[in-house]
Design a binder for this molecule. Structure first.
Ligand code: HGY
Ligand code: MN
Ligand code: MN
Length: 414
């Protein structure tokens, strides 16, 4: 049974949500609990309610829309993704997993399906690390893999805590209470854009994700005396930005030298103080993203970067501190969920190919608590985290159709 996806409605919703943003269309910026994020959350809640879903919000702001099944004692099947977006990003990342999941549920409803297991649509809080330099915040809490102490240490750029942000958003309750009980879900499937070039290059419409690369974030702080850019002569200088430049080079060099193309290293965020053209920097803070499909290899590069930063600081006579903000294992998909996805592809007459995800997703942490897998659809030019990110309405609809097929199978099987 192929569920009838309403391609126009789904595309119109993606375009409508894209305009709830702190940057002008087609750029999307939607950071945790900002006014744009809150508007998007209200808009989505309305769409979930219009579809007859029972909506709840947990203590960290994850939003759940539940379609009851015929067996109230059976563990639900879940799907979902995120609607938050890093600054100046695209309109499909995360969004197609939330709106595609909503459309899959509506299509199953329209087809007269009565799932045995309830189906829950989840919009996860803060999949992006933008506000608190800690990605997948909502799914980590659901999986119970983050300690209260770690959450208490989170600070945003203005020094506000997660509790400050929750209060600002009207989200309350004890966060440990949001942790899902073991067996809360029978399965989880996430639809997402590939954010890479593989599917477009091969002309395959659906990717079936077998594993998700292991992400890590290292924060390095370098400090120096600073001083007047004209008055302090070069031999007297201890400039942390010059040391930071050596760290940036080390990240690139060590990632390229790992022996595998699956290792990536990026310095995506750097702040310096005081930030005046005629003042020698006093403090530099760098957040460094290091990933690999192989966790041990990732950790080898991570330690190499830490050592390179210590050496650069010593050679430049500047202060050094670092913190591993997160170092997560890779996720492996569940065979039964992979089969449900591939059966749905076959039923829809769509070819598919198995692949790994180089981006991380909430599925990384859902895989800790239930059988999980992902469905990818192509990204034009492999582009993502840019306003020109693009996936056509037909490609998104194919992903939603396969998702509907997989959810139907998973929600009716024992
Ligand atoms: O960075 C990632 O892989 C994801 O897009 N947050
Ligand atoms: Mn992203
Ligand atoms: Mn994403």
């Amino acid at each position: 049974m192929r569920a009838p996806i309403d391609t126009e409605r789904l595309s119109a919703e993606i375009e409508e949500l894209a305009r709830i943003s702190d940057s002008p269309y087609p750029s999307v910026t939607r950071v945790l609990f900002t006014e744009a994020d809150m508007r998007a959350r209200r808009w989505l809640t309305g769409r979930m309610e219009d579809a007859g879903l029972a909506v709840r919000v947990d203590a960290v702001g994850n939003i759940f829309g539940r379609w009851e099944g015929t067996d109230p004692d059976a563990a639900a099947v879940a799907t979902g993704s995120h609607t938050d977006a890093i600054p100046d990003a695209g309109r499909f990342d995360g969004v197609i997993g939330v709106l595609g999941g909503l459309e899959a549920i509506r299509a199953l409803q329209a087809a007269g399906v009565r799932p045995r297991r309830a189906i829950e649509l989840i919009m996860f809080t803060a999949e992006e690390p933008t506000r608190f330099a800690f990605g997948c915040l909502g799914s980590r809490v659901l999986a119970g893999v983050v300690t209260p102490e770690r959450l208490e240490r989170l600070r945003d750029a203005e020094g506000r805590t997660l509790d400050d942000a929750r209060a600002q958003a009207g989200v309350s309750g004890p966060i440990p209470g949001a942790r899902l009980a073991a067996g809360a879900y029978a399965a989880f499937v996430e639809l997402h854009i590939e954010q890479g070039p593989e599917l477009e290059r091969t002309g395959v419409p659906i990717g079936v994700v077998t594993a998700i690369a292991a992400p890590a974030t290292l924060r390095v702080e370098l400090t120096g005396e600073g001083g007047h850019a004209g008055a302090v002569l070069m031999p007297e200088r201890h400039d942390p930005l010059v040391a930071a430049a050596e760290v940036v080079q080390a990240v690139d060099r060590l990632a390229r030298a790992s022996g595998s193309p699956d290792t990536v290293g990026t310095v995506g965020l750097m702040t310096l103080e005081p930030g005046a053209v005629n003042s020698i920097p006093r403090r530099v803070r760098m957040d460094i993203d290091i990933r690999d499909t192989d966790e041990a290899r990732r950790d080898g590069v991570l330690e190499g970067v830490r050592e390179a930063a210590r050496a650069a600081a010593a050679s430049r006579g500047v202060g050094h501190s670092d913190e591993v903000l997160n170092a997560d294992g890779p996720a492996t998909s569940d065979p039964a969920v992979l089969s449900a996805i591939e059966e749905a592809c076959a039923e829809s007459g769509l070819t598919s190919s198995r692949m790994v995800s180089r981006a991380y997703h909430d599925a990384v942490f859902m895989a800790r608590i239930c059988p999980t897998a992902m469905i990818f659809v192509p990204s034009a030019g492999g582009v993502s985290h840019r306003p020109d990110e693009y996936t056509s309405p037909e490609e998104v609809a194919r992903g939603a159709e396969v998702l509907a097929g997989a959810l139907m199978r998973l929600s009716t099987r024992l």
